[in-house]
Design a protein around this ligand. Structure first.
Ligand SMILES: *Cc1c(COP(=O)(O)O)cnc(C)c1O
Length: 227
């Protein structure tokens, strides 16, 4: 079994190789460690191996781990579906939110962001695979949503996020990520972030311009949802 530090090194090699193949600086691709379902101790271990940014999907679980880790200077990213009655703790306890897909959620996050904290970094989640069950706004809605979000005082719109339908075909992987990149370009806004790519498709995402890859399994091992 490999340790988290070994896994981080392996993922680092994959990111460097993909960046080089795409003629991009490796420093342009951030590694967001997705720690959902994993204990605080795993995050501590990843921190010791050099990681600072952690992504969580489940609010209650994230808040508990933040408590246990409040001695560390971590950057917290919320990446899961957002119910409107959960926006306040998200606005209070996170640095980034990658999964905003409607204006009502953005308005609440802005209104509930505590004074004294910097603007909350926002990515808008787009459903690039047109699956009914998935969260994310439709590509048709993104222009209006993005321009409305730029007007909210306590948010800083950084870019777009997607979770394409899983496929092992690298050509299809790249098509979905290219769609997100092109959509971002059509917005005509000064955005610097594309949050795309997970353990199985980070190479395709980096080839299409990912600036955050969100990696869980390849760092922390398979998740166990049974308990
Ligand atoms: C779980 C999750 C990930 C990480 O997926 P892996 O395949 O384990 O790397 C990335 N992004 C989001 C939004 C997730 O929910």
């Amino acid at each position: 079994m490999s340790t988290i530090a070994e896994n981080i090194a392996k993922v680092g090699v994959r990111i460097d190789a993909a960046a080089q193949a795409a003629n991009r600086e490796k420093s342009a691709v951030g590694l967001l460690a997705v720690s959902k379902t994993k204990p605080a101790e795993a995050i501590r271990e990843a921190f010791r191996a050099g990681l600072r940014d952690f992504g969580e999907n489940y609010l209650q679980e994230a808040l508990e781990k933040q408590q246990q880790l409040n001695d560390l200077p971590l950057v917290w990213h919320f990446i899961g579906p957002i119910q409107s009655n959960k926006t306040r703790p998200i606005a209070e306890h996170f640095d980034w939110v990658h999964s905003v897909d409607r204006l009502k959620i953005a308005e609440r996050l802005s209104a509930q962001r505590p004074a004294g904290l910097p603007a909350l970094n926002i990515c808008l989640q787009v459903n690039v695979s047109a699956e009914d069950s998935k969260s994310g706004c439709s590509p048709d809605e993104i222009y209006t949503l993005a321009h409305a979000v730029t007007q909210l005082p306590n948010l800083r719109l950084r870019g777009l996020m997607a979770i394409p339908e899983p496929t092992d075909d690298p050509v299809l992987q790249r098509e979905a990520f290219a769609k997100l990149r092109r959509l971002q370009e059509t917005l005509n806004l000064p955005l610097d972030t594309l949050s795309m790519g997970m353990s199985h498709d980070l190479e395709a995402a980096i080839a299409e311009g990912a600036t955050w890859v969100r990696i869980g399994t390849a760092l922390f091992g398979a998740r166990d949802y049974s308990s």
